[in-house]
Design a protein around this ligand. Structure first.
Ligand SMILES: CC(C)(COP(=O)(O)OP(=O)(O)OC[C@H]1O[C@@H](n2cnc3c(N)ncnc32)[C@H](O)[C@@H]1O)[C@@H](O)C(=O)NCCC(=O)NCCS
Ligand SMILES: Nc1ncnc2c1ncn2[C@@H]1O[C@H](COP(=O)(O)OP(=O)(O)OP(=O)(O)O)[C@@H](O)[C@H]1O
Length: 200
């Protein structure tokens, strides 16, 4: 029986870091953030709707989306964030399910869906098991500010737009504690995949 694994966490807890480890085991990953970038390329339906709702101010001169500007609008405003989600999420869900099914039909025995909003968007029915990458909240804030070169206020707005990581840890079937080194997280992932018979 194939295993579909839902990988999640909160912003900057280390999902992408852990996600990149699955290649070591030959396990394919469907990346919701990547798909969410593809479906808002100029010409796509979601792109047109974003321009209709948020105006041309969220575009660069070359007409591509100014993601930083759109982020500064939606992360401080739940109503606007929900408007954006309503535009982008249906296209993301459709492509994610198609990619997952494509891998399963081609005979893969384990497929990972990397979905930051797995719990917020109630997408657990897409997967068999859930795995959350967790760090302490002060570590999350520090790594987010360092990575995005953002202020504490910008970082906190992004963190507050998701379910707290402590709650996601309780909701998930398993957690990877990513407070330590990347190598330590890799060891935890390897043990878990063995426990779940995803690798031998
Ligand atoms: C607002 C946008 C333009 C900001 O782009 P930016 O390049 O700065 O961030 P990026 O897309 O790389 O997302 C970084 C992280 O922010 C968090 N995040 C993104 N969107 C959301 C959201 N709608 N609600 C809560 N958290 C979010 C996730 O943890 C994600 O991993 C972009 O995040 C977006 O289009 N969001 C809506 C689509 C979405 O929900 N994507 C997340 C997974 S489907
Ligand atoms: N174990 C670790 N030790 C040190 N730094 C780490 C570790 N894990 C991740 N990082 C760093 O922390 C930052 C956040 O990690 P990452 O980008 O993987 O998070 P994410 O959960 O995918 O974020 P997002 O929700 O924004 O997509 C990155 O700069 C990454 O290099």
């Amino acid at each position: 029986m194939a295993l579909v694994l839902g990988l999640t966490g909160s912003i900057a807890t280390g999902k992408s870091t852990v996600s990149s480890m699955f290649a070591n085991f030959g396990i394919p990953v469907v990346d919701a953030d990547k798909i969410a970038r593809e479906v808002v390329m100029p010409g796509k339906q979601a792109y047109k709707q974003i321009v209709e709702v948020f105006g041309k101010d969220v575009l660069f001169d070359d007409l591509t989306l100014d993601r930083k500007k759109l982020g500064s609008i939606v992360f401080g405003d739940e109503t606007k964030r929900n408007q954006l989600n309503d535009i982008v999420h249906p296209a993301v869900r459709e492509k994610m399910a198609a990619d997952r099914d494509g891998y399963l039909e081609s005979g893969e025995t384990c497929v990972v869906l990397d979905i930051p909003l797995l719990f917020e968007s109630k997408l657990t029915h897409f997967v068999d098991k859930t795995l959350a990458v967790v760090v302490d909240e002060d570590m999350q804030l520090k790594r987010l500010m360092d990575r995005d070169e953002s202020t504490e206020q910008e970082a906190k707005q992004r963190i507050d737009s998701q379910i707290p990581i402590s709650e996601k840890a309780k909701l998930a079937d398993a957690v990877i504690d990513n407070n330590g080194t990347v190598e330590e997280s890799f060891q935890q992932l390897e043990s878990l995949l063995r426990e779940w018979s995803a690798i031998s």
